[in-house]
Design a protein around this ligand. Structure first.
Ligand code: IPE
Ligand code: IPE
Ligand code: MG
Length: 242
């Protein structure tokens, strides 16, 4: 679809959800749903970047997802390492920087090695693909607070210089605010995703399960986003009759 008459968000955040239900409804194992989800992450993210979006954050595994069975957790970890090459290939080709948000503790050496390699290989590019893995919004804020305390104690930061603009330097990645947040599968909650960054994001909750959330579905999200009146606490006077 042609986006020239649409508003294109700078930063899109995507909560990948519904892989399990997609599979179960087809009589397949949840693993098949995750596999299909990963195929779609690659296809959809490539499309999203091709449309002029500069930042994409994808929620792939939360700090809370460790509550799932060991078999499912292991499967997801292996999927990440196994499929990372696909992501790296297109990011190299399309010049997209891959960064990682999440707690590094708790991830295996293999997962960490894969992440560090891909971050290093793509570090000179400008567009950013933020992979959120072992990520939790509370964990991110707690970890940022610890970094701030360290910098204050070592004299690197004067506490009076900390403000709403520079706080993000202490988050896992220093990214611009999220403009559009999409969560597939009909769930209408954040589940601990990017709590700091979504403060003024527009939310979009399609019913479609993630493996079926294709380019056309994304186009619909952008059409809806274009219609939203973003006020940021102010008033768009030209839109008002009085
Ligand atoms: C999203 O799909 C992927 C992860 C959270 C890792 P789910 O696995 O949450 O799928 P549903 O919500 O059970 O359908
Ligand atoms: C949120 O989805 C986490 C990811 C998409 C990675 P969940 O499926 O884990 O969230 P809840 O449990 O339904 O809130
Ligand atoms: Mg889910």
């Amino acid at each position: 679809m042609d986006y020239s008459n649409l508003k294109v968000p700078n930063h899109v955040a995507l909560i990948v959800d519904g892989n399990g239900r997609w599979a179960t409804e087809r009589g397949l194992s949840r693993s098949k749903g995750h596999e299909q989800g990963f195929v779609n992450v690659k296809k959809l993210s490539r499309y999203i970047f091709s449309k002029g979006i500069n930042y994409l954050s994808a929620y792939l595994f939360s700090t809370e997802n460790f509550k799932r069975s060991k078999a499912e957790v292991d499967f997801l970890m292996n999927l990440l390492t196994g499929r990372m090459k696909d992501i790296l290939d297109f990011c190299r080709e399309d010049k997209i920087k891959v960064v990682f948000s999440g707690r590094r503790e708790g991830l295996s050496d293999k997962v960490m090695k894969t992440i560090l390699e891909i971050e290093d290989e793509t570090k000179d590019y400008d567009k950013v693909f933020n992979l959120c893995f072992n990520y939790g919004g509370h964990a991110e804020i707690v970890d940022a607070t610890k970094k701030i305390v360290n910098d204050v104690e070592s004299g690197k930061l004067n506490i009076d210089d900390l403000n709403e603009d520079n706080y993000s330097h202490y988050l896992y990645q220093d990214l611009p605010p999220v403009d559009l947040l999409i969560r597939t599968s009909g769930e209408m909650r954040l589940s601990n995703f990017l709590l700091w960054q979504v403060s003024y994001a527009e939310f979009y909750f399609p019913k479609t399960y993630f493996p079926d959330f294709d380019e056309k579905e994304f186009d619909k999200a952008i059409i809806e986003y274009t219609k939203r009146d973003r006020r940021f606490g102010g008033i768009n006077y030209e839109d008002k009759s009085n």
